[in-house]
Design a protein around this ligand. Structure first.
Ligand code: BEZ
Ligand code: FE
Length: 322
């Protein structure tokens, strides 16, 4: 129902619960791009179906748009509340699942989260990504980047970020002015990377904004299990965004952002191996293990398998894939 020039307004057809959706879709899909038209039509259809289904009340709609306004107002260059909303509603995990249709043997992906920053410096293998003042117990992080046939991939860029031993990312510290607990490494000729960091700990996702309000409303926990993030890139392979999660964390089952996967659960291993400490220049610490005093450090060993760019699929523009 659109009026053409010269057409009389008496031809106006009333928009109703039954015909409004088709009209809005018709008005909104006049552009050229088939994928945009497909996404727009589906989005309007699903949104309207939801509103009809629950018979959304005016006061509820007001609460919803005021909430979304607060989400937008909370966003800054350092804080992406919209991404966080997508994370806690499981949308990020769903997009991730759809986009990482598993090539057999490839490492599974996980949520990027709001604490990635491209400010990380490039280090030489073996260097430390933590400053001297950082809290936390020393951890050797090492692994290899491989293709699906098990062949090492040299010169892959491995970007790693983690919390300190208090559960904070560098950008959450008001006094932060230098990247910390994050770094970029290139794999060596045998596809290996190795660095010094700290053992990350369970930490709360930001819960002092509107996302925190709904977590409380839903009576949900907001701690993520301790993890280390990896973004791995090489010109000939699909970018891998993933993380590995500590088996010992009690939050491994109920991750508030649904990023954990069985294949990404690892052990942070306590080792007293002095020769290894010497090789990597690690200063062991003393801590209680069980009921005994022990001198050592943590070890995280994990390899990653990338998928060749040649195996990428297409995008839907109707009910087929192009
Ligand atoms: C993170 O692991 O850094 C993260 C992911 C999603 C939401 C909040 C934090
Ligand atoms: Fe994280």
């Amino acid at each position: 129902m659109s009026l053409k020039t010269g057409e009389s307004s008496s031809n106006i057809e009333d928009l109703t619960i039954g015909n409004l959706t088709a009209h809005v879709i018709q008005m909104s899909t006049k552009g050229e791009d088939s994928r945009v038209k497909y996404l727009t039509a589906k989005l309007i259809q699903h949104l309207h179906d939801f509103v009809r289904d629950v018979e959304l009340q005016t006061d509820e709609w007001e609460v919803a748009w005021q909430f979304l306004t607060r989400i937008g107002q909370t966003c800054t260059p350092e804080r992406q509340e919209f991404v966080l909303l997508s994370d806690v509603l499981g949308v990020s995990a769903l997009v991730d699942a759809i986009n990482s249709k598993q090539t057999s043997g490839a490492t599974e992906s996980s949520v990027l989260g709001p604490f990635f920053s491209d400010t990380a410096k490039v280090f030489e293998n073996g260097e430390s990504i933590t400053s001297n003042s950082i809290a936390g117990e020393p951890m050797l992080i090492r692994g290899a980047v491989l293709d699906t046939a098990g062949k090492p991939i040299p010169r892959a860029l491995v970007d790693i970020w983690e919390t300190d031993g208090n559960g904070f990312y560098d950008m959450q510290d008001v006094e932060y002015n230098e990247p910390d607990c994050r770094g970029k490494f290139f794999t060596d000729t045998s596809g290996k990377f190795y660095l010094k960091g700290v053992k990350p700990v369970d930490y709360p996702i930001p819960n002092d904004g509107p996302v925190g309000e709904i977590l409380q409303l839903f009576n949900r926990d907001w701690y993520r299990p301790a993890h280390v993030h990896y973004m791995i890139m090489h010109p000939e392979y699909e970018k891998l965004v993933t993380a590995v999660y500590s088996r010992e964390s009690k939050y491994i089952i109920e991750d508030p952002v649904f990023g954990t996967k069985k294949s990404l659960v690892v052990d942070f291993v306590w080792t007293q191996d002095e020769a290894l400490a010497k090789t990597y220049g690690i200063s062991p610490i003393e801590r209680i293990m069980g009921s005994e005093k022990s001198r050592g450090f943590w070890l995280l060993e994990r390899d990653f398998v990338l998928v060749s760019k040649k195996s990428k699929g297409g995008r839907k523009i109707n009910d087929t894939v192009v």
